[in-house]
Design a binder for this molecule. Structure first.
Ligand code: ADP
Length: 465
């Protein structure tokens, strides 16, 4: 069952229940009120007759007839019976019951000394009967029963309930119409939202839901749009990554293929050339495996898996990375100078901390000038640990500076490739630093050098507890 139908059925059932109560209760109350007033007036009349008849020495049909004639009964019917339930008087013209036994409830009760009253609504009249004993000498000598058929008040009751019914019907029709309109309005918006969700589910991330309104549905649509926007961003990034990655893979693979083909096809290749080609193949394979490792790092960081995060001392990590890069620096005749403060603790994974320092220092060497210098500083500044890697190298033109942290971005492709770069080193640094709550800033003057500053929140033992 659709939500529209469910809502409408629920509303209508509720309203129906309220209307039913509203229809029954007033009729019930007015009926009760009418019965009460009937009881008062009929009982008063019956008592009046009984008191007057009690003035007789004995209840004879003639005596009763005479008294009743004087009193002039106005009710529909008045019956007087003796205490043996014999009819003594009947005001009804058609029925002459005189002398016959009156075995009704009311006559029995009243002749036995009890007051009696009963009222009920018949088809077109309220039928009531009041009976009261005629007490002579302290004993019930007979009973007076007064009958009344009130059609005008019955008509009033019928009128009230008919009016209520018509009003309820009117209200019901109105409410059903409003309910249907409202639920249609809502469900139309829900259906629109649903359609949008399905489109997004099917991959149309550029789609935006237009539901309108300032209520929860509007909020839902806004959330959906924010979600699709995010999907769109992630999807675009994924596409770009895949296409950039395959592009990166193609070049070394093509070189390997070319080298291998020439080795296979040439019968006369001298062994030295053969060796050179094999070395080239090995180099390209190294490049590929470096690229694969970096792509793996990026994917891991993307998945929010920044390794085993624990408080680590950065100083030994920096020394380890510098030691590893010593041969590369020596080959380029570059000096690495370090000023490292001890006990610079950061919450990070040892593995990625090493990669951050290594990638920055490697770049500082790769993009340096012969006899250049690399300076590495590590110190604590207020609540932060700062790592600065500065070089006296070729620098980055200012228009490229904002993009060097992008994936696969390289200022000088040929130089990067020649140095074994993949364009992923800085983006790994950027992603990893962000994972540990830090930030990276790059400054550079083309032709003079660059300086990359990484700031981490400092880890303190006290803060942990
Ligand atoms: P790559 O593998 O190419 O070195 P990175 O992501 O590490 O990739 O760096 C991106 C680009 O930023 C490099 O290709 C280079 O052009 C530039 N770059 C990075 N570090 C430096 C630096 N210290 N000096 C000059 N240019 C740099």
């Amino acid at each position: 069952m659709g939500i529209q139908l469910k809502m409408a059925v629920t509303y209508i059932a509720l309203i129906l229940a309220v209307l039913v109560v509203l229809n029954i209760y007033p009729v019930y109350v007015s009926e009760d009120f009418l019965f009460q007033s009937k009881q008062d007036s009929l009982t008063a009349r019956a008592e009046l007759y009984a008191r007057t008849l009690a003035g007789l020495d004995e209840l004879s049909p003639e005596g009763v007839e005479h008294v009743m004639g004087l009193l002039g009964a106005q009710e529909t019917r008045v019956i007087v019976v003796s205490n043996t339930l014999e009819a003594l008087y009947d005001s009804s013209v058609d029925a002459n019951l005189e002398g016959s036994l009156m075995l009704e409830n009311e006559t029995r009760a009243a002749a036995g000394g009890y007051d009696y009253f009963r009222s009920r609504v018949a088809d077109d009249a309220i039928l009531s009967v009041a009976a009261t004993p005629i007490m002579i000498g302290g004993l019930p000598a007979g009973a007076v029963c007064v009958y009344d058929a009130d059609s005008s008040r019955a008509a009033l009751l019928v009128d009230i309930s008919a009016n209520l019914r018509n009003m309820s019907l009117g209200i019901m029709v109105g409410i059903v119409a409003v309910c249907l309109l409202l639920s249609r309005f809502f469900t139309r918006r829900i259906s629109r939202l649903l359609r949008s969700m399905r489109r997004v589910r099917d991959g149309d991330y550029a789609h935006r839901a237009e539901v309108g309104g300032n209520d929860e549905l509007g909020d839902l649509a806004a959330e959906l749009n924010a979600l699709s926007e995010r999907f769109e961003g992630v999807e675009n990034m994924r596409k770009r990554f895949v296409s950039d990655a395959s592009h990166e893979l193609k070049t070394p693979l093509a070189s390997i293929k070319l080298l291998a083909d020439s080795m296979v096809q040439s019968d006369t290749m001298p062994p030295e050339t053969m060796r050179e080609f094999a070395l080239d193949i090995a180099e390209e394979t190294d490049r590929l495996s470096r690229l694969a490792q970096r792509m793996l790092d990026i994917t891991r960081l993307d998945a929010g898996a920044p390794g085993d995060v624990e408080p680590i001392d950065f100083e030994p990590v920096v020394r380890r990375a510098a030691r590893m890069l010593e041969p590369l620096a020596a080959a380029e005749e570059i000096t690495i100078k370090m000023e490292l403060e001890k006990e610079c603790y950061v919450r990070a994974s040892d593995d990625y901390a090493y990669r951050i320092v290594f990638n920055l220092a490697e770049n500082a060497i790769k993009y340096n000038k012969p006899h250049g210098e690399v300076h590495i500083f590590l110190f604590r500044k207020e609540e932060e640990i700062r790592l600065i890697v500065a070089d006296t190298g070729i620098g980055v033109p200012s228009e490229d500076l904002s993009r060097i942290f992008d994936r696969f971005y390289r200022v000088d492709k040929a130089r990067s490739r020649a140095a074994g770069g993949s364009g992923l080193g800085l983006s790994i640094v950027y992603d990893a630093v962000r994972q540990y709550g830090g930030r990276v800033e790059a400054e550079s003057v083309a032709g003079q050098g660059s300086r990359i500053t990484v700031s981490f929140p400092a880890w303190r033992e006290e803060a942990e507890q």
